[in-house]
Design a protein around this ligand. Structure first.
Ligand code: PLP
Length: 387
């Protein structure tokens, strides 16, 4: 019988090592490997493969329900490997408010190499179908999006994708495989910035792509080896270690974020609160159906965004926080606050940002796993600075 998620996070790909019986998988900190004979080896060179990296790939593939995974040196390296699956002249459809770096990669690098893209509201399935052109090859969605927390019905888009013979890619960074497994909803590839929840301790940059089609995964491993944007063994080991506690961390992120979202909503000081776990979120029903832990219970994650009526109030709110440092990134055990307009989404032109709802008063919170009473107190203090 297939073992449960929590057990697989700790054991898949991590049998005790044979030489000394080390229970923790060794860090194979080596660039090269001795070969027994001409052409006789398991590993030859760490850009092509490394046991510490391969162990991590096995664990992540299992948690996402995929057959294989390829690790990269960052989430953006993982995304660029995905775009490299395409050819000059191909067209992609993407969720309108994806991570700013994905937008920058496509519009300022990949488009110069002959890809074209349409950025649309992928929560509107009819619009997705209407945007498919004869040269469309891929749909890329983030659900929920960063930072507007908009969802896309992954299963509905996967039907359109299959009907048109496209590849459906889901950036699952915000939910982690604990709360959402897009391959089971019909996606072809899942990617993560493992920098976020998968590693979860704000100390490693990494990325991964997971899939089940062996031809596509072989090509991704070929790109991984040929382009060479691979993570080092120590970074893989740290990520592997962190992954063992993903389930307990995610439950705690979810619990804390829910309490904070309710508190922020009750305060009446915000123009908008974006958290899919609030019944007032327009896609609460979809979130409750789509974002499930491995035991079938809904979860909404640790990310939420709030909009204040002015940049001055946003600044005062952030200054009033003590536990949440103003910092890029998310998904770590420690809470963080971010101002998307000047940070994560600064590379998106202002008029597009405003159209997407990323105003200068928008603040994004990555709710950590500190004690919720302390987080609530911190938020209370910060709210008292807002007029
Ligand atoms: C949703 C999402 N995807 C991709 C990335 C890029 O990942 P990385 O910073 O690891 O390159 C990020 C980074 O913030 C992200 O939030």
């Amino acid at each position: 019988m297939k073992k449960k998620f929590e057990t697989r996070a700790i054991h898949v790909g991590q049998k005790p090592e044979e030489l000394y019986g080390s229970v923790s998988l060794p860090i194979y900190q080596t660039s090269t490997f001795k070969q027994e004979e001409f052409g006789e080896y398991t590993y030859d060179y760490s850009r092509a493969g490394n046991p510490t990296r391969n162990a991590l790939e096995k664990t992540i593939a299992s948690l996402e329900g995929g057959a294989d995974a390829a690790m990269f040196a960052s989430g953006m390296a993982a995304m660029s490997a995905i775009f490299t699956l395409l050819k000059q002249g191909d067209h992609l459809i993407l969720s309108g408010n994806v991570y700013g770096g994905t937008y920058r990669l496509l519009t300022q690098i990949m488009e110069d190499m002959g890809l074209s893209s349409s950025w649309i509201d992928t929560s509107d399935s009819e619009l997705v179908q209407a945007t498919v052109a004869s040269n469309t090859k891929m749909i890329v969605i983030e659900s929920p999006t960063n930072p507007m927390m908009q969802l896309t019905d992954i299963e509905a888009v996967s039907q359109i994708s299959k009907k048109n013979n496209l590849l459906l890619v889901v950036d699952n960074t915000f939910m982690s495989p604990y709360y959402q497994r897009p391959l089971s909803l019909g996606a072809d590839l899942v990617m993560h910035s493992t920098t976020k929840y998968i590693n979860g301790h704000s100390d490693v940059i990494g990325g991964v792509v997971i899939g089940s089609d062996s031809e596509i995964m072989d090509r991704l491993h070929f790109i991984q080896m040929s382009v060479g944007a691979v993570p080092g063994p120590f970074d893989c080991w740290l990520t592997q270690r962190a992954l063992k506690t993903l389930a307990v961390r995610m439950e705690s992120h979810n619990h804390n974020a829910m309490r904070l979202a309710e508190k922020l909503e009750d305060s009446g000081k915000f123009k908008n609160i974006y958290y899919p776990g609030l019944p007032s979120h327009p896609q609460f029903e979809l979130a409750t159906r789509q974002q499930l832990n491995p035991h079938g219970k809904p979860g909404y994650g640790g990310m939420l965004s709030v909009e204040l009526n002015s940049v001055e109030n946003a600044r005062q709110f952030v200054k009033g926080l003590e536990i949440f440092p103003l910092a890029e990134s998310l998904g770590g055990v420690e809470s963080l606050v971010c101002h998307p307009a000047t940070m994560t989404h600064a590379s998106i032109p202002k008029e597009i940002r405003v159209e997407l709802g990323i105003t200068d008063g928008l603040i994004r919170l990555s709710v950590g796993i500190e004690h919720v009473d302390d987080l609530l107190m911190d938020i209370n203090n910060a709210l008292s600075k807002v007029v």
